[in-house]
Design a binder for this molecule. Sequence first.
Ligand code: HEC
Ligand code: HEC
Length: 262
Amino acid sequence: MRAVTGCGCFKLRERVLVSLVVCAASVVSGILITPAAGGLAHGVSAAQTASKRGAAGPADARVASADSSRGAFLFLRDCAPCHGKTGDGNSRVRRTLHPKPLDFTNFEMTDSFILGALHQGVPGSDMPAWHSSPEKDLVEVAAYTARLAHPDALSEQDQYAPPAALEEAGRRVYQSHCARCHGANGNGDGPDARRYLPKPPSFAGMRPSLTAAQRVIENGVAGTPMASWPLLTPPEIQAVTQYIRSFYNEPAARRSAMPAPR
Ligand code: HEC
Ligand code: HEC
């Protein structure tokens, strides 16, 4: 496999489009970009791979009900010790956890994605299942957790790139490098997904902010099969980020009156 070296270095916004096209072309022409060796490939037994991570759980219909102070109380009691009071992952124990707890301020999540994590935990990680909590409480705390995200406004640069070219470039990068784990349609069900724990999440259920996605792609998620991709160029990262964000199944009636706590 050969690494792409020729399509990286651009500094000026004017050159982004050109780079995108060049990079897309290099991907089309079959040159493979490999991730850093950092990713762990745990072999896991078939028994451990029972269910898909982030697969559709109970319907997303249940929008936060009136009593979200209950959700806040539950979050502070049950989740904040690991995920931090504001949900940004900055808890005292974060360094002892495997992997680092998800930063809820940077990931939008559907209620069913969160409930799936509460029902099953995240096998292969320190995220526990909450079998002994009443379902009603899980629904409340999931609704509260979902409102911790601060979705980002599109940057100036995103507005410059034409959506069609960006999408095509993103699709190329995604299908060549990400789909084998995350699935052709982002559902976390790629052919290699069963080999790993924790499993790749479904992008239908979670949407990273632009900065979080960039950070994950550049650094990987330490201690998981999600490797870093140092050879992807900035325009490729931008394109694939937009592409994975487009899989998100945005709940219609999500952000109601309740502002996210700070
Ligand atoms: C013992 C520490 C711990 C506690 C307590 C905890 N979590 Fe987690 N949680 C984690 C870790 C670690 C991860 C990261 C798992 C990963 O990325 O593989 C995580 C991930 C998650 C995710 C993302 C799931 C996914 O598939 O990516 C959600 C949603 C979540 N936690 C919700 C909660 C909620 C809600 C609570 C409180 C009811 C809670 N967690 C309590 C450690 C914890
Ligand atoms: C070898 C399988 C594999 C490949 C290939 C892969 N991923 Fe992942 N990815 C994972 C796993 C496993 C996780 C869950 C990490 C965790 O538990 O925190 C993940 C998580 C993520 C996340 C969410 C971060 C989080 O904390 O859960 C993003 C964003 C992501 N991947 C993007 C990508 C992109 C973009 C590509 C292609 C350039 C890609 N992945 C390729 C396995 C893979």
